[in-house]
Design a protein around this ligand. Structure first.
Ligand code: CP
Length: 359
């Protein structure tokens, strides 16, 4: 069965199919208003959300389906200690497909191991956010006209920014991409993304410290929020929280058709004065998120029993009860799950749930 836990779960062909279905839905929304009549989506949100949860809800409603679930796990039996494994087994009795957001990294992967219905990762800790990636790819396609060949600058919190990690993974499937990483030293992209994704795929990338030195090169500027909730040390957060602020003065050096994306919410990394600039695409991006989630739900339900659309094989994965993941936000340190690890071709051992380096 096809789940969407990580962008790498989708082949390039499947990515293209989802994006092109989203385009067809945008072109004729009424034609899809009964497409999923009688089907049910469960939204299980263990962590706050505005866009992702409501866009999944709106997407299913626009397809003629129904939605159930919780927006606060404290109001569910999770508060009594129910595990992710048991929760998805139960919810699978009520719903045809499940979208899960979790503060613990790897929780949607655990869910996918025990679910009888497709699981969609709606964001797990700092790890991955593949439906935001689909949103971003559709936005770039509609704003720029193509994805191949773009130069994209990622700015802000590249260390904890799951939307950045996921979009970078997906961009490896396109050709001629140039990536510029704009971050202070404390918020640089994790080594596992640099080595296991960018270096492994031979991507063209470089790291800089200011927006000004690269803005004239960019087709897409991807801004991100420095996320207070990801820091274990409040002083470290205070040191970096206002690292980058995009204003009209900085934009004066940008291409006239550059697109500014942001997964939102923003705090103060884009001043409101930028909102009226035609290059500010971040509110259009929100609506594209609904259309692409409509397309994704349709595809996953259609692919459920199709042997041509399985999950990629778990290469190099092994169980080892003597190893421990050191990431305090990994699901394996909170619930009784088998310790699973993955050995990369370079010999590095990583946690299968959260990708943290073990040795
Ligand atoms: N972009 C995004 O994930 O927003 P929410 O946290 O509001 O869902």
């Amino acid at each position: 069965m096809k789940h969407l836990i990580d962008p790498s779960d989708l082949t390039k062909r499947e990515l293209d199919d989802i994006i092109s279905l989203a385009e067809r839905i945008i072109a004729d929304r009424r034609a899809w208003s009964n497409a999923l009549k009688g089907r049910k989506l469960a939204t299980l949100f263990y962590e706050p959300s505005t866009r992702t949860r409501l866009s999944f809800t709106a997407a299913m409603m626009e397809l003629g389906g129904n939605v159930l679930g919780f927006s606060d796990a404290a109001n569910s039996s999770v508060s009594k200690g129910e595990s992710v494994e048991d929760t998805v087994r139960v919810v699978g009795c009520f719903a045809d497909i499940i979208a899960m957001r979790h503060n613990l990294e790897g929780a949607p992967f655990v869910a996918s191991c025990f679910s009888d219905v497709p699981i969609i990762n709606a964001g797990d800790g700092s790890h991955s956010h593949p439906t935001q990636t689909l949103t971003d790819l559709l936005t770039i396609t509609r704003e720029i006209g193509h994805i191949d060949g773009i130069t994209i600058g990622f700015c802000g919190d590249l260390r904890f920014g799951r939307t950045v990690h996921s979009l970078i993974k997906a961009l490896t499937k396109y050709s001629g991409i140039r990536i510029v990483l704009i971050a202070p030293d404390e918020l640089r992209l994790p080594d596992y993304i640099k080595h296991d994704v960018l270096d492994k795929e031979g991507m063209d990338y470089r790291e800089v410290h200011t927006i000004e030195e690269v803005i004239s090169e960019l087709d897409v500027l991807y801004m991100t929020r420095v996320q207070r909730e990801r820091f274990l040390d409040e002083d470290e957060f205070d040191r970096v929280k206002d690292s980058f602020v995009l204003d009209l003065a900085k934009l004066s050096g940008a291409k006239p058709d550059m697109a500014i994306l942001h997964p939102l919410p923003r705090v103060n990394e884009i001043l409101p004065e930028v909102d009226a600039d035609p290059r500010a695409a971040y509110f259009r991006q929100v609506e594209y998120g609904k259309f692409v989630r409509m397309a994704l739900i349709c595809c996953l339900l259609q692919w459920k029993d199709d042997p041509d659309h399985g999950m990629p094989p778990l290469e190099g994965v092994f169980a080892d009860a003597t190893l421990r993941c050191t990431n305090p936000k990994c699901i394996c340190n909170h619930e009784h799950v088998d310790p699973l690890f993955r050995k990369t071709p370079e010999g590095v051992v990583r946690c299968q749930y959260c990708d943290s380096k073990i040795r």
